[in-house]
Design a protein. Structure first.
Length: 80
């Protein structure tokens, strides 16, 4: 298990990297480095997934406007 997806605020969805253990702040597979710290249109262009909202600078979490987009972000992240 590398990512979990769950509903965020106002209909958005989150993609969160799973830590290697419950007491760790690391991630088994962070979101791609090229996406980290990007928001909105810049992230959508870089990821190729329209409607992307953000990826945290550390790569442990990202957001999308809807569930289908969050699934697509996770699929693309797995391929990196």
């Amino acid at each position: 298990l590398l990512y979990v997806l769950y509903p965020g605020e106002a209909g958005s969805w989150r993609v969160q990297a799973v830590p290697p253990s419950s007491d760790s702040f690391d991630s088994r597979k962070k979101l791609p480095a090229a996406w980290r710290g990007l928001r909105d249109g810049e992230l959508s262009a870089q990821s190729g997934v329209d409607g992307s909202i953000f990826v945290h600078a550390s790569g442990f979490i990202g957001g999308h406007a809807n569930k289908a987009g969050a699934i697509e972000l996770a699929r693309k992240a797995l391929a990196c």
